[in-house]
Design a protein around this ligand. Structure first.
Ligand code: GLN
Ligand code: ZN
Length: 764
């Protein structure tokens, strides 16, 4: 029979219960015992959902109070000394690594947290020492949770991050030079021990995640798989059977690293269906294929027909006993349940499937291929009906949008003139001093703003009242910028809840949920809007506020928009049309907005693209080039409708552009503002090396902390920047928007920033 499997389930619970519990614990409002009890309750509830759905293989150890990689760091005794020396208890030490600890005389920052592959989830980086040792803790979490499930009558498949991935995803600690993969021989015995304990506890199989196999791996990491998995194979029955698991990409370029003598291999056939043939040919003679056919990264109902066809292809080659049907990856990246969405239009709701619904889907697929489609006829018919409805709905298809897309020309992606001409026209119009100062868009989102927005959402105040409040906020922001002596103003974005949702709510083609949260990191969750159909702009989105801001300012006002790629990346995208098509639709909508802003007298327009880099395909080469090509085009399409004298800015929250600098340069933005205060000014070297001709504002101070930088610090920073950038090229601005800050520190920091700029004006 063909079994069904889930690779991991979201942890937060139906009402973000885990977030509430951990935050209450951190705030001293919940005891540790109560936190652990809540975590246990959630695990049991999630196992039960999967069991009730009829899933055969249910994961354990996919749960984490903060992050699953962090759990491994602790269980393997890979905790840097700074977290052990103060004698924090296990749980507090764990959270200290995840989010820092500043209490009762203990003061340690967190470990580095970075994006989990190309998802919006962030994991804690294993941070290793030159003399690193590993030691398995007494009660490893994987064993404890396996037993916990067993006691509840559920036989689970524990999930582990595999040794090669654990090390490859790690880094040497500050001041250390170890190449993590060199620690493999020390780490493997810990896995052997852990696997042995799992077997003793009764685990028959273990899911061992080696997703780094989808990367372009350095030779050493690639070569590490074979000896490691041979060692495991040599342990025979002493350890559970291993399901070697990859996701988020294909393994075709790393086939020789795929262990031959292994129980099962899992591949992601949602992302890379074309790898099936090759993988089938590369499996060991007895190896089972776990076919990832239900999308773990998106919210769309599975196309059962297609999923069943994929499974059948594998069955034809391997037979029913050598195929498992599974989610493509962990369901961590999907919301808990569609059942919570009471406000969704039923037409659209019928197209979605969140984690709990996907659990049912995978069970149905397994049944269909085991017993034949007749066994699940009703479900398959209903599914086909939804697929059909979605494909033909007027909500997904807008002929006007398609028509407009068909008429886009190369010329539409180009500004009227090249930069030297444009900047001349802009200087004449804007009359800015040398080292012009500006901010990135948002000013502090005060409690008052949130209160008023809430009242408006609940209908407690009228639209007119709310608009009046927003105008007043904008006016205050303008006055403050006047007092501070900034050169290019912003309206401060008080009307925006979120930089993507705000635009999504004003565009046709988007749907919104009320409870569809997904974990971003630790207790932080995001609720991405969903792109359901062709996107268009029924009316201007930001013109009213910007126009008002212009009317009360005596200096240039910068209009603020979120770019097409960022809107796309921070939403759940459609899976029925290519992302490049969706980006182009967003770009056309934004293009109209940019032109309307220009008409309204907004002479500087910033189009933020902080998500451009995270969309980079995991491997370099063709796929990455294609992505950069359409991403850059989308940005240019959105910004090229304006006159030369209108100045286009863009913003990025990082400054590592080495891998794709040509794309950044190709955006042809008149001014780029980037993060730079937390990273090395040396990174600016790429701008020099490529003789980048346009203007750049590398952030001169960190906005993530309430700390006020001194004038001298900022001057020093600018001095450093001037080693790389020409004085007439350099703008002075903070690292990012100021929405999370308080006004007091914001004003103090900006005073120092403006004074530093003035000082350099006297020098040049
Ligand atoms: N304009 C946005 C702001 O200032 C930019 C935010 C971002 O880059 N993440 O908040
Ligand atoms: Zn930013």
């Amino acid at each position: 029979m063909v079994q069904s499997a889930i690779l991991g389930f979201p942890r937060m619970g139906v009402n973000r219960d885990l977030k509430k519990a951990t935050e209450a614990y951190w705030g001293g409002k919940l005891s540790q015992a109560d936190l652990l009890a809540e975590a246990k309750r959630l695990r049991l509830a999630h196992w039960k959902i999967q069991k009730d759905a009829g899933v055969d293989i249910i994961p354990s150890n996919d749960f984490a109070l903060y992050d699953q990689v962090l759990c491994h760091i602790q269980d393997f005794g890979a905790v840097p000394e700074r977290y052990t020396k103060d004698g924090l208890d296990t749980i507090d030490q764990y959270f200290a690594m995840g989010r820092g600890h500043q209490k009762e005389g203990v003061d340690v920052p967190s470990l580095e947290m970075v994006k989990w592959f190309d998802s919006n989830y962030h994991y804690v980086k294993p941070t290793l020492q030159d003399n690193q040792t590993f030691k398995l803790v007494d009660s490893p979490k994987a064993v404890v949770e396996f037993k916990e499930a067993k006691e509840a009558g559920i036989n689970t498949r524990p999930v582990l991050v595999g040794p090669v991935s654990f090390l490859h995803l790690g880094k040497a600690d500050r001041g250390q030079s170890v190449n993590p993969i060199d620690l493999l021989d020390k780490l493997v015995p810990v896995y052997e021990q852990l696997l042995t304990q799992l077997k003793e506890a009764g685990a028959e199989t273990v899911q061992i995640d080696e997703p780094v196999l989808v990367f372009d791996l350095p030779a050493k990491a690639k070569a590490a798989f074979k000896p490691t998995y041979e060692k495991f194979a040599a342990l025979g029955d002493k350890i559970p059977k291993l399901v070697f698991t990859t996701y988020f990409g294909d393994v075709v370029h790393n086939l020789e690293a795929l262990p031959k003598d292994i129980h099962a291999v899992h591949v992601d056939l949602v992302r890379n269906p074309e790898q099936l043939e090759t993988v089938l040919g590369a499996l060991g003679p007895k190896t089972i294929l776990s076919a990832g056919v239900v999308d773990g990264r998106n919210i769309w109902k599975t196309n059962m027909k297609r999923a069943i066809e994929t499974a059948e292809t594998a069955i034809q080659k391997l037979g029913k006993d050598r195929v498992i049907v599974a989610t493509s990856s962990s369901l961590l990246h999907t919301p808990h349940t569609l059942a919570s969405e009471k406000k969704l239009d039923p037409e659209v709701a019928d197209w979605f499937s969140f984690a709990s619904e996907k659990a049912v889907e995978i069970a149905v697929i397994a049944k269909a291929v085991t017993e034949g489609p007749a066994a699940v006829r009703e479900q398959l018919e209903a599914n086909a009906k939804s697929m059909q409805a979605r494909a033909t709905s007027s909500r997904t298809n807008n002929p006007q949008v398609k028509d407009r897309q068909s008429k886009v020309t190369e010329q539409d992606h180009k500004r009227k003139s090249e930069f030297p001409t444009r900047i001349g026209a802009q200087e004449k119009k804007l009359k800015l001093p040398l080292f012009p100062t500006t901010t990135i868009g948002s000013f502090p989102q005060t409690k008052e703003i949130r209160v008023q927005r809430n009242k408006f959402t609940k209908g407690e105040i009228t639209e007119a009242e709310y608009d009046k409040f927003i105008e007043k906020e904008i006016l205050d922001n303008v006055k403050i910028q006047e007092e501070l002596g900034l050169d290019v103003y912003v309206h401060g974005e008080p009307e925006r809840n979120d930089m993507v949702q705000y635009f999504g709510e004003r565009l046709d083609g988007y749907a919104f949920t009320t409870h569809a949260w997904v974990q971003s990191y630790g207790s932080r969750c995001v609720r991405p809007p969903i792109i359901v159909g062709d996107i268009s702009r029924p009316a201007p989105m930001t013109v009213k506020e910007s126009k008002y801001a212009v009317s009360v300012s005596n200096k240039p006002m910068k209009g603020m928009l979120t770019g097409p790629v960022t809107c796309l990346r921070w939403s759940f995208p459609r899976d029925d049309v290519h992302q490049s098509v969706q980006a182009q639709q967003l770009a056309l909508a934004l293009r109209d907005e940019v032109v309307d802003l220009e008409k309204a007298g907004v002479d500087v327009i910033q189009v933020d693209e902080p998500a451009l880099r995270e969309g980079l395909p995991l491997r370099s080469g063709k796929e990455r080039d294609a992505y950069l090509d359409w991403a850059v085009k989308a940005f240019k399409l959105s910004t090229s409708g304006v006159e030369d004298a209108t100045q286009i800015h863009s913003h990025f929250c990082y400054s590592e552009f080495q891998d794709f600098f040509h794309a950044i340069a190709a955006l042809d933005a008149d001014v780029l503002s980037i993060e730079n205060s937390k990273s090395d000014a040396k990174l600016l070297r790429v701008f020099v090396d490529s003789a980048y001709p346009r203007h750049i504002g590398p952030g001169v101070y960190d906005i993530h902390s309430p700390r006020v930088p001194s004038e001298q610090e900022i001057k020093d920073r600018i001095e450093e920047m001037l080693q790389y950038l020409k004085p007439d090229q350099l703008w002075i601005d903070p690292d990012c928007g100021l929405k999370t800050r308080q006004w007091k520190e914001t004003k103090e920091a900006l005073v120092n920033m403006v004074n530093a700029a003035k000082y350099f004006r006297t020098k040049y």
